[in-house]
Design a protein around this ligand. Structure first.
Ligand code: GLN
Length: 457
């Protein structure tokens, strides 16, 4: 098929189906068709990459030149960036066809895609049983769109689980790379020491093809790492014989329902059949991860979000009386409740007198958590765990209880604090809803993770 035909097919699916899911904030129909036409010409001229003419979508956190980029917020309801994020530019260069921008929790803060100014996204799973489930978050729009077959692939970001948790709850495959592997330039900042762009698609192979385009050094991002990018598809079929798998005993505690645990144990058994060996390992400080994250991430967010002042760009309140009124009303009206909560917590944790007790302490805990992983990887090649404590929950179930919402991140967040890569792959069903297994690796082990994921699929 031609790219134009393929693009028309997917646009048609979005038109017909997305009213059920609300997985897109913006659909760029005309641009997509023009890009598809150009891609067909490129291909005819013999200049094709594996991405030439392939449709996909961007999470609405990546700046797209000339295309609305909202980050799920009223603050950026009308923001049209005059430049591309590096990730956006990379897909453009590869000839891929962007169909639009996907829904997300406001400023990527959340685990359910319910905090979006543009309305919640609904998980395609569950609708068949008559329940409206969350797709996870914050990249719930990307995950739902891939799961509903509205796009074959979508970009996403993971600051504290926002690729892996929605991938798990929507039954797809997602990869959060090593911190610094994918450029953050033009990716709207939440918590800069944790933010990392990554991939979502049905299979590990498609994730590998995405990472081939996304990974690489970028002088425009000061924490980007200058290190060779392998071809992530090259090792997909390597045998797993001798792969050493560690099961962190702290991730198989009573918080986990027997049904969830069974799915993970079954997956691990499959790996043993493929020649892997399994042993228990310990991450003694993992239990501190949520507490440390919910100090560090809000602290960084409070600093990053200070740029939204109604002066430079974004939302501005009507008829400000004076400068102070402009600042306060712009921020009161432009930000939603979860974002305000993070700014308050973060500002408090950074304030004089509390800095040492909260922020500095959290940073020390972060180092301990990182050290736990470094120690574990002296013994084993990868770690496996559940991705989430339960399958997709109902919309509205956790919105009034932020702490319960934060507990969604119990298995994913330590990985961000350590900066290591991890994936979530589909691993069966609990109560008719998909669940995921998380595969965690040492720094820059993306190719190994993709290999392990691919052999399971
Ligand atoms: N649940 C995390 C949070 O709310 C997810 C953050 C993320 O990865 N963007 O902070």
């Amino acid at each position: 098929v031609s790219s134009v035909e393929l693009t028309q097919q997917f646009l048609e699916r979005i038109r017909q189906e997305d009213s059920k899911y609300n997985s897109f904030i913006t659909v760029t129909e005309n641009q997509a068709l023009a890009d598809a036409k150009a891609a067909d010409e490129q291909r005819a001229a013999g200049h094709a990459t594996p991405w030439t003419g392939v449709p996909f979508a961007h999470k609405d956190i990546f700046c797209t030149n000339g295309v609305l980029t909202t980050c799920g917020s009223r603050m950026l309801e009308n923001f049209v960036p005059p430049y591309d994020a590096t990730v956006t530019a990379n897909f453009r260069k590869a000839g891929a066809v962007c169909l639009g921008k996907t829904n997300m929790d406001e400023f990527a803060m959340g685990s359910s895609t319910e905090s979006s100014f543009f309305g919640a996204t609904t998980n395609p799973w569950g609708l068949g049983q008559g329940s409206k489930r969350v797709p996870g978050g914050s990249s719930g729009g990307s995950a739902a769109a891939v799961a509903a077959r509205l796009v074959p692939a979508a970009t996403a970001t993971d600051t504290g689980g926002s690729i892996r948790q929605p991938a798990a709850l929507c039954g797809i495959t997602g990869l959060k790379p090593t911190y610094g592997r994918v450029s953050r330039y033009g990716m709207i900042a939440f918590a800069s020491s944790l933010d990392q762009g990554g991939t979502m698609a049905r299979t590990a192979e498609d994730n590998a093809l995405m990472l081939n385009v996304m990974a690489g050094f970028d002088p425009k991002d000061s924490t980007s790492i200058d290190r060779e990018v392998p071809d992530y598809t090259a090792a997909l079929n390597e045998p797993l014989k001798g792969l050493k798998i560690g099961l962190p005993k702290e991730y198989f505690s009573d918080q986990l329902s027997p049904a969830m645990e069974q799915q993970v144990r079954d997956a691990v058994k499959e790996y043993e059949k493929l020649g892997a060996t399994v042993k228990e390992v310990s991450l003694p400080n993992a239990k501190l991860a949520i507490a440390a994250y919910y100090v560090i991430a809000p602290a960084e967010a409070s600093a990053n979000l200070s740029r939204f002042d109604g002066v430079r760009y974004g939302y501005r309140c009507e008829d400000p009386k004076d400068l102070m009124d402009l600042y306060t009303r712009t921020r009161a009206e432009g930000f939603g409740n979860e974002v305000k909560r993070r700014i308050l917590v973060g500002t408090y944790a950074l304030s004089a007198g509390y800095f040492d007790a909260y922020y500095l302490k959290a940073q020390k805990v972060r180092r301990l958590i990182q050290q736990d992983f470094i120690n574990a990887f002296k013994d084993v090649d990868v770690l496996m765990s559940p991705t989430t404590p339960s399958p997709a929950f109902n919309q509205g179930e956790k919105t009034n209880d932020p702490v319960t919402m934060y507990l969604e991140d119990v298995f994913t967040i330590a990985i961000n604090l350590a900066g290591i890569p991890a994936m979530s792959i589909p691993a069966g069903f609990v109560d008719g809803l998909p669940v995921g297994v998380q595969i965690i690796g040492d720094y820059f082990s993306e190719a190994r993770l993709l290999n392990a994921a691919h052999k399971f699929q």
